[in-house]
Design a protein around this ligand. Sequence first.
Ligand SMILES: [Zn+2]
Ligand SMILES: [Zn+2]
Length: 342
Amino acid sequence: MMQQLWFTKKNTLEWRDVPEPTLDGPGQAIVRPLAIARCDLDLPIVQGHTLFRPAFPIGHEMTAEIVSLSESCAGLNVGDQCIVNFQIVCGTCPACATAHSPACSTVPFASNYGLGREATQWGGGVSELVKVPYAEAMLKKIPAGLDPIQLASLSDNMTDAYRTVAPYLRAHPGANLLIVGGVAESIACYAILEAQALGASSITYFDTDRARCDFAASLGAQIQYAEKIPQRLAGAFDVTIDCSGSLEGFRMALRSARPYGKSITVSIFFDNNVPIPFIEMYNKGIDLTISRTHAREQTPELLELIAQKKFDPARVTSRIVDFKDAAEAWLEPGRKLIVRGS
Ligand SMILES: [Zn+2]
Ligand SMILES: [Zn+2]
């Protein structure tokens, strides 16, 4: 048996003894997490603000060491340190083959570690061992010299940030960005650092929280603070990025993009009737992107940026705790918690 941390009811996490995972087919790996990061979505989940209902094993951002492999795992070896894709993806179905692994058709929709009752099948990251059903597709080796502790959030939040900036800065180097901060606190910070690495000309960070503004300023963003979220910010932004988790922040981001600009949201509204400023967007030709992150597709590029020292994710980490302290630490608010593996 092994220990695994479960979300069992609102504001409650419990250690459970569960059977150790085993290899039962080709292409699989058993890994021992080296570090598990708390996603910006994890705290709202345990606080009961989402539609993810208990009980399930928690934690989905992780780096890990391979402890055993079945046949047909080309390029992987026992002892390798890897980024573990938080989305369960096969790597070979039509969706995976066309760079849309979040729509992998080999597994049920939205199969992830540590997210929802489906995770009882896949497991969670805050665990002594984790089974990786498609090792070649889901494990990305960490280059020598990089600290696996500080890379844990690359599984999800760092790539979620990357999708908000990389496609636009590649197409329009020097674009001027607005990041609206809030609930997706670490994603907003990663977006600032990644946008700097990719050559944004100007990064404005808006928030209604002074402490988050101060931290974004320390990362090099220009700050716009207000007690309440206005309808729009002046500034003719090429790209606006909503990390607020609030309807007001999402709508302000949509209204603050320049004509024919882009707006991307990482907020998740558990609602199919979210009101958008339709006619304003229509008249201005605003291109809105709503999506889950393409973790598998973006991980190699991001890892390369980190290896080239263009982006240091450690700047976003706010706390690192030992495995035994995970249950208590997980419930305490903070920008980016990382739990050391067992
Ligand atoms: Zn996440
Ligand atoms: Zn697939």
